[in-house]
Design a protein around this ligand. Structure first.
Ligand code: CU
Length: 510
């Protein structure tokens, strides 16, 4: 049934209070104008009342993230049964870290619900018998006080039922609203309900369900073991984690979202909060369309879109170029230091006409050449040629190179930065296998490492741009500085390390 047929039915059903003149079969133009006027007069929601449900009852298909239920495909209002379980359970929040989540449907975010505007939704909320808390649900797509909260208050081992008519189309957040509300949300009690417009949404190739949330644990970011909720951090809005889909790495590695080039992807993205606003961005893509705030209108050609806490949006983009696209909260420390990072992998043939990949990698010294005294480097190079290179030459050259390459992260005094960049000063990891430094420089290092009793699990990019000479000099400098054991790295050591397999962080030396 078309939208206009729909309107006709609605007119016949006697929504006369709005304006009957909209029903008397005039030109489309006039009709549109009147629809607009009606919207203004009524606040817009009564137009979603298409009368009583028709046809057989429908049981809503609920999906776990990142999956989205299929389109309802319905053209008339129906009675839709939703059965949602509240489950309190321990799950990983990061590698080696667990948290007691409170969930709708056993996942964070909770099950995705998809209905059509005008549907009558009969909502059953079941709280598992082994729950410790009562819970309820406030759906932002409900017209009625509390969005269902008071009617759905459910003790452990009980089930509640309430019914609402989905008057407004849009993408809506739902969440638990039991006191203390902030705590229930912080523990993962939120999800999305899509109310399709009567004509449905335009078909796309892939749909994904992603939801951001901020989490507060007593331990630090990535501190191992079971981590309880930290009320004080939550009140101060100092999250330990900011995550997509409830767990660091929920959508990376082999759990990354996948698509193919030439496909159109639609993301349904919500923000459960409880505190932060998301600056949602996909690195390397431009949203062709964004239904901002989950509403009816779309904006086009958007780079970053704001998703309020307790809000949502839909974004569509066509994929032209294959590769990995990174979903982030562009408040960027959240992405790289609190976990707000997901990956969409697109497969397909290269499109060099659209994106070349790296074309030039030439030396560009810029100001660095003028500002830095590079004499020790040239001295060392000349000494090497003459066959008179000493350890002292290497240390002097390595010192200059270290300042230009490594000190940004490891700090000029090699002290590192706690929890982020491990120290090179008195590093027990280096002492165990001093020659390994050549491999670490040329191949980089990823995965968990322990240095001087502290755990790190981050990424050092490979410094493959350095020549064998430079690697040898930096390595020798580090080994002979800050209480490290001494020793020497030769050009041949560097060459051999570059050719060998990368140093594995999980391997020996860990
Ligand atoms: Cu709750």
């Amino acid at each position: 049934m078309t939208y206009f047929a729909e309107r006709l039915i609605w007119c016949l059903l006697g929504a006369a209070a709005l304006t009957l003149s909209g029903c008397s079969g005039k030109t489309q133009d006039a009709d549109t104008k009147i629809a607009t006027a009606a919207t203004a007069d009524t606040g817009g929601s009564a137009k979603g009342d298409f009368g009583p449900p028709q046809g057989p009852e429908v049981k809503a298909i609920l999906t776990s993230p990142p999956n989205v239920p299929p389109a309802t495909g319905r053209h008339a209002p129906a009675k839709v049964i939703v059965e949602l379980d509240v489950i309190e359970k321990e799950m990983p929040i990061s590698e080696g870290v667990t948290y007691t989540f409170w969930t709708f449907g056993g996942t964070v975010p909770g099950s995705f619900i998809r209905v059509r505007q005008g549907d009558t939704v009969v909502f059953h909320l079941r709280n598992m018998p082994d729950s410790k808390m009562p819970h309820n649900i406030d759906l932002h797509g409900v017209t009625g006080p509390g969005g269902g909260a008071a009617s759905s208050f459910t003790a452990p081992g009980h089930v509640s039922r309430f019914t609402f008519k989905a008057l407004n189309a849009g993408l809506f957040v739902y969440h638990c609203a039991t006191a203390p509300v902030g705590m229930h949300i912080a523990n993962g009690m939120y999800g999305l309900i899509l109310v399709e417009p009567p004509e449905g949404l335009p078909p796309v190739d892939r749909e994904f369900y992603v939801m951001q949330g901020d989490f507060y644990t007593t331990g630090k970011y990535r501190e191992k073991g079971h981590q309880p909720f930290d009320m004080e951090k939550a009140i101060d809005e100092r999250p330990t984690y900011v995550l997509f889909n409830g767990m660091e790495g929920a959508l990376t590695g082999d759990k990354a979202l996948t698509a193919k080039t030439n496909e159109t992807v639609r993301l349904y993205v919500g923000n459960g909060g409880p505190n932060l606003v998301s600056s949602f961005h996909v690195i390397g893509e431009i949203f062709d369309k964004v239904w901002y705030e989950g509403g009816t209108k779309f904006q086009e050609n958007v780079q970053t879109t704001l998703i309020p806490s307790g809000g949502a949006m839909m974004a569509e983009f066509h994929i032209e170029v294959p590769g990995s696209y990174i979903l982030v909260d562009h408040s960027i420390f959240r992405a790289f230091n609190k976990g707000a990072l997901a990956i969409l992998k697109a497969e397909g043939p290269e499109r060099k006409d659209l994106y070349s990949g790296k074309e030039v990698d030439a030396v560009y010294l810029g100001d660095q050449a003028a500002g830095t005294n590079r004499t020790p480097i040239t001295t060392a190079a000349a000494a090497y040629k003459a066959g008179t290179l000493t350890k002292e030459d290497q240390i002097a050259a390595g010192k200059v190179l270290f300042a230009g390459t490594c000190s940004t992260c490891h700090q000029p005094d090699g002290a590192g930065m706690e929890g982020v960049f491990p120290p090179l000063a008195k590093s027990d990891l280096l002492a165990k296998d001093p020659k390994r430094i050549a491999s670490i420089i040329t191949h980089g290092l990823t995965g968990p490492v322990t240095v001087n009793g502290k755990d790190y699990n981050s990424v050092m990019p490979p410094m493959a741009q350095l020549t064998d000479d430079e690697v040898a000099n930096i390595g020798t400098y580090v080994l002979n500085s800050w209480g490290n054991p001494g020793g020497q790295i030769s050009r041949d050591d560097a060459k051999a390390a570059r050719a060998a397999a990368p140093a594995n962080a999980g391997g020996e030396g860990h």
